[in-house]
Design a protein around this ligand. Structure first.
Ligand code: 16G
Ligand code: MG
Length: 549
């Protein structure tokens, strides 16, 4: 069977590539202004179909979102059959296909790709897709649908839903009817699975205080409202920032990214959040989660991905011990260079900790190597993975006491409350609430597991961020030559000082992270390293375009 060249040509002509734009499949797929993504969407539809054919008709996922970015942005990423990110080696093919200048060039590129990858075009192809609440979404989905049609794939529209729900759906569809069945392949199936496990885990525990859920005015609002119904009285969820149809509201002054980067309470919560009460923020596609609370003096405290990892990992270790299975199932942690030094110290004194480059796919792959891999980026993206062997061991383990049996059941229920396909803000929220309920922890008690070092993140606009190259999981620069030595020299002058520089994978900037024992020192170190970076790029030092992130 060969390509339906006429059909592809006819549909591709409806979605011409804008001149002078180079698209790149980066850390989070294609992401840029929604208004220029039409051709990319069409081509991603074709590519998703090809990926499905290559994998023998397994369903491939496509998520249309730009997460925490401003509302005019949009983006698209592919999801592989087990619900994980697209295989690395296909990212460059996605980039090549997206940049073919004309329909003819695109068809040629597809043809060449089919031949090199030995894709059997007679195989079936299935694609499931969803979008977030951005206004540019419907038109982009229509372009995607044209692509799916052009390659002769079968499309399933999952509508408006969160990124983690789409990842869940992909896995559920591909495991349906097998011994690894992940759950019903619908949003209801997802809600039902997670909330049923949650209810079992908190049965008999004192009800938690009502939880404010800042939905970033994004798609998480819709899913949070549904969870509120499914879990009923066991935990009162109060969704706030739920204005998904108000123009300009998405991620604006709210959401996980706002809280993490500004280290502030979303202003819209200032009058609702009471001292002692905890709250959490999701990002625009509900795959990131940050908690926070006000102490008795009304002071804001943030509980980020590192704090979530510490809370959750300790709880799982405790349960494996209580179930008498800790000799067979070991817990490990995966972090990035952005993990607060306080968390790395705390965790590595207790468990194996691995540091990997930024981006979920790196953390996910590293976490797969542990029996139970707990991975979180400081920015709130993360989950827990149970290896297939660990799941088997849990299923076969014979507890010798009722206490062991209870602990074992708790772990098994945890495997169901956790969305193991990808970081999932609402699943992580339920997980956190389970641990807090079991430990009878307030936000303050959770926070006191370890003390965060003051830190500062700064971005530097440079002429060419590609000259910045890193090693050692982005903790050191190898290029530009000599810059790392200068950074080291500076860092040595600060007590508890640590700093690193890396090019962003999602924005045309270089990011600088610094921490130190004192807040003023962390700020100063960040600025001074940013200054070194800027000078290195030959800019006018009097006009350093440095911006706080
Ligand atoms: C993307 C990544 C996130 C990472 C961030 C870093 C995924 C799904 N998301 O949002 O994990 O923390 O990029 O952005 O991989 P940066 O490279 O601009 O700092
Ligand atoms: Mg996101």
């Amino acid at each position: 069977m060969s390509l339906q060249v006429d059909l592809i040509k006819q549909l591709s002509d409806l979605h011409p590539k804008p001149e002078h734009i180079h698209f790149q499949y980066g850390t989070a797929g294609f992401r840029t202004l929604g208004s220029v993504l039409d051709s990319v969407m069409f081509r991603v539809g074709v590519l998703a179909g090809l990926r499905s054919k290559r994998l023998d008709g397994k369903t491939i996922g496509v998520m249309v979102t730009a997460s925490h970015n401003p509302e005019p942005d949009n983006g698209v990423k592919l999801v592989d059959p087990r619900g994980e990110m697209l295989e690395n080696s296909w990212e460059v093919h996605a980039t090549t296909l997206a940049n073919a200048p004309t329909s003819e060039a695109f068809i040629e590129a597809v043809d060449a790709f089919v031949k090199t990858m030995r894709i059997d075009l007679s195989k079936p192809a299935k694609v499931v897709y969803a979008r977030d609440t951005r206004p540019s979404g419907p038109a982009l989905v229509a372009a995607l649908e044209d692509g799916i049609k052009a390659i002769g794939a079968e499309g399933r529209d999952a509508g408006v839903t969160s990124t983690p729900v789409l990842h869940y759906l992909v896995r559920a569809i591909n495991t349906k009817g097998t011994k690894d069945a992940y759950g019903e392949d619908s949003e209801e199936g997802y809600l039902e699975k997670l909330s049923a496990a949650y209810k079992k885990l908190v049965a008999g525990k004192a009800a938690s205080p009502p939880l404010l859920v800042d939905c970033a005015n994004g798609v998480g609002a819709q899913v949070a409202y549904k969870f509120a119904e499914y879990i009923g009285d066991t935990l009162q969820l109060i969704p706030v920032n739920t204005a998904t149809t108000t123009p300009g509201a998405l991620n604006n002054g709210c959401g996980a990214d706002f809280v993490k980067t500004s280290q502030k309470l979303p202003p819209s919560l200032a009058s609702t959040l009471k001292p002692g009460q905890r709250a959490c923020s999701l990002d625009g596609d509900a795959d990131r989660l940050i908690y926070f609370y006000l102490d008795g003096r009304g002071q804001f405290h943030m509980l980020d991905g590192d704090k979530i990892a510490a809370l959750v990992a300790a709880f799982i270790v405790e349960l494996t011990k209580a179930a008498g299975i800790d000799d067979q199932i070991k817990v490990g942690i995966v972090q990035t260079a952005y993990a607060n030094g306080g968390s790395t110290k705390y965790l590595s004194e207790r468990l194996p900790v691995k540091c990997v480059p930024t981006g979920v796919k790196h953390l996910h792959h590293a976490a797969e190597k542990y029996d139970v891999g707990v991975y979180f980026e400081a920015n709130g993206h993360g989950t827990v993975l149970f290896s297939p062997e660990s799941l088997d061991k849990l299923a076969q383990h014979q507890p010798s006491t009722p206490a062991q049996s209870t602990a074992l059941n708790h772990i098994i229920n945890l495997t169901n409350v956790i969305n193991q396909t990808v970081g999932d803000a609402l699943s992580d929220m339920l997980l956190v609430e389970v641990v807090l309920a079991h430990k009878s922890y307030s936000g303050e008690e959770w926070d006191s597991l370890y003390v965060d070092l003051p830190n500062r993140l700064v971005k530097v606009v440079v002429a060419d961020r590609n000259i910045f190259k890193t090693e050692d999981a982005e903790r050191r620069l190898v290029s530009p030559p000599g810059l790392q030595v200068k950074i080291d020299e500076l860092v040595r002058r600060y007590e508890g000082g640590r700093a690193f520089v890396r090019p962003s994978g999602t924005e045309d900037v270089v990011r600088v992270y610094a921490e130190a024992t004192l807040r003023t020192q962390a700020d100063e170190l960040a600025y001074r390293v940013a200054g070194l970076v800027y000078d290195e790029t030959g800019g006018d030092p009097a006009r350093r375009p440095i911006e706080f992130l």
